[in-house]
Design a protein around this ligand. Structure first.
Ligand code: PMP
Length: 287
């Protein structure tokens, strides 16, 4: 199937979908993005993703030249045009082309790009048995430098941590913040369970406010699982009974080893399995 890539209201095939080499998105990572999932032709939590996109844009003073409603409609139309039952959507807004200098005032015409593609998932065995991760030595961006709440096109912080975990033979890495507290993983949020209580770092730990994280918090509260947003250290992860990550691509996935240590008994725990199944059903509209 040939893909239909949206750029500023027009559709292009993969080889014709291009932006300027003077775009500040390319030159400086100046722009914002979202990653969304399509389940059974429906976009999961579209409004939440669009809200986060506009908030990220606002935080970097990037004025998106279409309304929220127009953006939602553009995503829905692009998904329909590509005809995939289940898919991953990458929505990007760049600062636009400008002169060779940082100043965003010298750019115009932000580029809105929507790509719909097949989704590459972790192999099933990881959902069954859980993942092994490491703590990266690269700390998460200081919120006073580039706030991790902004989903910007500059992902080098996460990429550096990703390289460390790949070198260690792992698929994800835990990133600590500048205070040494647990922040998040390179593309996922993190939760632990200790003594029956579900815990996740608060926003001010310097994390992206994940759409999947929000959904899992809602599911936990609805299921009566004791829950708190709380500052965590690596020690808390080491002595946790259970640990899991959440993200648009990963959904809910257990973490069973970190830094060569077993978490709990080294198997996905009951609360993790329960929330994994609940999220799986929620995303797919299964009652
Ligand atoms: N943290 C980071 C750094 C991410 O890139 C992502 C993926 N977008 C997440 C957390 C998870 O967020 P979401 O559940 O919205 O995909």
């Amino acid at each position: 199937m040939s893909s239909h890539i949206y750029i500023n209201g027009e559709y292009f095939s993969k080889d014709k979908a291009v932006v300027s080499v003077f775009d500040h998105g390319l030159l400086y990572g100046d722009g914002v993005f979202e990653g969304l999932r399509v389940y059974g032709k429906k976009v999961f939590r579209l409004k939440d993703h669009i809200k986060r996109l506009y908030e990220s844009a606002k935080a970097i003073c990037l004025r998106i030249p279409v309304s929220v409603e127009e953006m939602e409609a553009a995503v829905i139309k692009t998904v329909a045009k590509n005809g995939l039952e289940n898919a991953y959507v990458r929505l990007i807004v760049t600062r636009g082309a400008g002169t060779l200098g940082l100043d965003p005032a010298r750019t115009d015409n932000p580029q809105i790009i929507i790509i719909v593609d097949k989704i590459a998932l972790y192999p099933d065995e990881y959902y069954e048995n859980g993942l092994e991760i490491i703590t990266s030595s690269t700390i998460r961006n200081h919120p006073g430098a580039l706030n991790p709440r902004i989903k910007s096109l500059n992902y080098l912080n996460n990429i550096l941590a990703k390289m460390e975990c790949s070198q260690a033979g792992c698929l994800e890495a835990l990133m600590l913040n500048h205070k040494g507290e647990v922040a998040e993983c390179t593309a996922d949020n993190i939760f632990i369970v200790r003594n029956g209580k579900l815990l996740t770092p608060p926003t001010d730990a310097g994390i992206l406010e994940g759409v999947t994280r929000d959904a899992v918090m809602e599911l936990a509260i609805a299921a009566g699982i004791p829950f708190a947003e709380q500052a965590l250290t690596r020690h808390d992860v080491y002595v946790a009974d259970e640990c899991f990550m959440t993200g648009t691509a990963a959904e809910v996935i257990a973490v069973v080893r970190i830094d060569n240590r077993e978490i709990g008994d080294g198997r996905p725990g009951p609360i993790t399995r329960d929330l994994k199944d609940k999220f799986y059903n929620l995303a797919r509209g299964i009652e």
